[in-house]
Design a protein around this ligand. Sequence first.
Ligand SMILES: [Zn+2]
Length: 167
Amino acid sequence: MKSLKSTTPTQSSRQRADLSNFTPEQKLEHRRAQWRKFDAKPERKARKAVTNKAYYDANLTSVERREAKAEYLKTWRRDNPVKERDGKLRQNYGITLQERDALLEVQGFVCAICAAEVPGGRGDWHTDHCHSSGLVRGILCQHCNLMLGHARDNTDTLARAITYLGK
Ligand SMILES: [Zn+2]
């Protein structure tokens, strides 16, 4: 039976690999793999997180840097309105601008509730989502989106409002 000491992973991994038969590319790839392994170690990740945070804190306290970043983002948003919209939709609702437009097309390019042809408000359609499931329900105009919000998505409240208006 082999001794436990000679088969422990730490022992074997510490031995240098024989690279004599490797091509220069293979050697490079081997070194890169070793580096990735080293870089992925939890203690190294933790150390990097501390260093990065210190760097970030030190630089973000600089007013100039913060202002420069804000200025850059402002310009970027102005120059990339489509990407900006797409990014917001992805972030807030998990859908792309293309998917939003596809939903609107299915609705016939009108509000899913009142059939308005224009979104109102600031001029963009509202992506309505269920607050409990997070799923997108449809595309609404500004008024209908506010209506659901004000009624807190409560169907009883909305039904009573219909009864109330009918009396
Ligand atoms: Zn509407």
